[in-house]
Design a protein around this ligand. Structure first.
Ligand code: NAD
Length: 426
């Protein structure tokens, strides 16, 4: 049974990730001059749902999993946001990620609000059958929350097109129809869009090239380090390398590798494909510590794995002059201040990884049309949209004399404020 919970300010104050959102929101609100009423609306997610999901495990025993979905805002349209499977998923994390989705969709100029979901589980330790039963039970528990015009999930860490196909199947059975637009990130052929798989990494590449141009740097003269070799990191590393950037370091949860002359990313991709999806054992570089990647002697750092990895201590030792946030929330507010002091440009998550949700939007549009576009068309529309979003944020950074992160929040706040005021508060 779904139970709706209300968040108190006391809970918010103890939540570091949501606090990180509020800290940035407060700074942006002050610089922009956002009304206190609108700021207060955005400080509280619209709706939080928590479910207990009993699943019959392969050993014949029932295990109960905790599932979450937070709708932060539907002011600009139905809420949009991924579903994460990980052991550290909790109410607070989902709440923070849902707020970022509101701002990310607004920065990308999409007709969406923000949401996020998650299940506390370790997908690597579950069988395919257990994951299918868990995903379908979660979807049935959330059948009144999700909907093509209401709340539209997508994959996130630990989930992929496979889980989205299961989600559509369960949703269709509850609602007795065919609703591919209830989620995005589906496999191609199941209503998925060409170009969606690589979209977030592609957006990271577009944002990197746009930032290099502003810095008067050529891709052929710079090096990069990419943390995370999953959906975002692997595609980002490949596309950066394909555009002439020397990717000197890559890493995942199993190992991190360094090669001063540049890692052969296509060889790493082949290795991961044949090695159960992990980098451990790759011979195209020397193994270094995970943390060393973040402070490596490169021009561009792309955190594309976890949140809160660039702490104050790490920031003090970062050598890159440009950080492109592929992951959500990789930089702490303390680190932000240090990076600003060091004049390091940070292209923030709500701009840099917006390529994924942009192509998710294109997928949703194609599902509703029942008419599908070529990959070239998707990529062209994606690149144009990312470049426009980058320009808006860059211009706001100049106009308000602030960082790209705060400028991205201001870009989003302007749109959300307009929506809140136009619709009215009663
Ligand atoms: P994923 O599960 O496909 O990949 C995650 C990667 O991070 C894996 O390579 C994993 O090994 C690595 N990793 C995990 N723990 C690590 C550690 N301690 N050190 C180094 N690497 C580690 O997930 P993803 O979809 O690539 O998501 C990565 C980040 O990007 C998340 O913050 C996610 O919210 C964000 N994001 C994803 C998308 C998307 O479209 N997939 C869109 C926007 C933002």
């Amino acid at each position: 049974m779904a139970t709706e919970t209300k968040t108190t300010m006391t809970e918010q104050q103890h939540d570091s990730m949501f606090d990180a959102v509020l800290a940035r929101l407060d700074v942006a609100a002050k610089i922009y001059g956002l009304s206190e009423d609108v700021a207060n609306v955005l400080r509280s997610p619209q709706k939080q749902v928590q479910v207990s999901i009993p699943v019959m495990m392969d050993n014949g025993k029932v295990q109960i999993f905790e599932g979450f979905r937070t709708i932060h805002s539907t002011v600009l349209g139905p809420s949009k946001g991924g579903i994460r499977y990980a052991m550290d998923v909790c109410e607070d994390e989902v709440k923070a990620l849902s707020a970022w989705m509101t701002f990310k969709c607004a920065v990308a100029n999409l007709p969406y609000g923000g949401a996020k979901g998650g299940i506390k589980c370790d997908p690597r330790k579950m069988s395919v059958g257990e994951l299918e039963r868990l995903t379908k039970a979660y979807t049935i528990a959330m059948a009144d929350v999700f909907g093509p015009d209401r709340d539209i999930p997508a994959p996130d860490m630990g989930t992929s097109g496979r889980e989205m196909a299961w989600l559509v199947d369960a949703y269709n059975k509850v609602h007795r129809g065919d609703y591919p637009a209830v989620t995005t990130g589906k496999p191609v052929g199941m209503g998925g869009s060409l170009g969606r798989d690589a979209a977030t990494g592609r957006g990271v590449m577009v944002a990197t090239l746009a930032a290099l141009k502003k810095m008067s740097l050529s891709p052929n003269d710079v090096s990069a380090a990419v943390q995370g070799f999953g959906n975002v990191g692997a595609h980002a590393a490949r596309l950066l390398s394909d555009h002439g950037i020397i990717v000197c370091a890559i890493g995942d949860h199993t190992a991190t590798y360094w090669n001063e002359k540049g890692i052969e990313i296509h060889a790493a991709l082949r290795y991961v494909k044949e090695n159960n999806g992990v980098l451990k054992g790759f011979t195209g570089g020397v193994e270094i510590k995970n943390e060393e990647l973040l402070t490596a002697d490169v021009d561009i750092l792309v955190p594309a794995a976890l949140q809160n990895v660039i702490t104050g201590d790490i920031a003090a030792n970062v050598k890159a002059k440009l950080i492109i946030e592929g992951a959500n929330g990789p930089t702490t507010p303390e680190a932000d201040a240090i990076l600003k002091e060091k004049n390091i440009i940070v292209v923030p998550d709500i701009l840099a990884n917006g390529g994924g949700v942009t192509v998710s939007y294109f997928e949703w549009v194609q599902n509703r049309y029942g008419y599908y576009w070529s990959e070239e068309e998707v990529n062209m529309k994606h690149d144009a949209s990312m470049n426009t979003a980058f320009e808006h944020v860059w211009n706001n950074a100049q106009l308000y004399n602030t960082t790209m992160r705060i400028a991205a929040y201001i870009t989003a706040l302007k749109k959300v404020e307009l929506g809140i005021k136009a619709k009215g508060i009663y």
